[in-house]
Design a protein. Structure first.
Length: 178
């Protein structure tokens, strides 16, 4: 695995994130030496979903309104249905995501995570994948959607679902190390 020592990774999530899509990549990033910070719309804790039920919680390190893309080397957007729907409606969250693209820093999103990237207006012309349910949203926003396990287009890496986490985790560690 690539070495992520001295890399600071932002994970943007809120209540309703898919537990495995945050926990598994965060574990892989930390195992590779990264400093990982949970960024959210609120302080305190955010609650996960697992098998369509509320599950565990994680501590929030910073509220999105209090941080900048400048503070981080890369960004991870976990999925879940509720999580990205809340994030894409928040101006601070959308600006935070857009700034990673403006600065050409690595961004990774899995499952429904790319919905926030649609609102940041950064999908047009990009080869991407996602959970099948939002494929039409990405296509309508101008993405070249493909049904593949993991896709990297420039600074953006996307993946479909929890089953793809091993390949997604391996790829984001590689991409975030660049």
């Amino acid at each position: 695995m690539s070495n992520l020592e001295n890399k600071k990774i932002a994970v943007l999530a809120t209540d309703g994130y898919e537990q495995s899509e945050l926990d598994s990549p965060v574990e892989a990033l930390r195992s590779a030496g990264a400093e990982v910070k949970i960024i959210s719309l609120k302080s305190g804790k955010i609650k996960a979903m697992k098998d369509h039920e509320w599950s565990t919680s994680v501590n929030v390190d910073h509220m999105v309104k209090d941080v900048k893309a400048d503070d981080f080397n890369a960004l991870l957007l976990p999925g879940g249905v509720i999580n990205p729907d809340s994030l894409r409606a928040d101006q601070d969250a959308v600006k935070f995501v857009k700034d990673f693209f403006t600065q050409n820093k690595p961004v990774a999103a899995i499952c429904h995570g790319p919905q926030t990237i649609i609102n940041a207006e950064e999908v047009k012309g990009r080869k991407m994948t996602s959970y099948n349910a939002i494929s039409k949203d990405l296509i309508n926003a101008g993405a070249n959607w493909v049904d593949e396990e993991v896709v990297t287009d420039g600074n953006l890496t996307t993946s479909r679902k929890p089953d793809d986490l091993p390949a997604f985790n391996e790829r984001i560690v590689q991409e975030f190390a660049k």
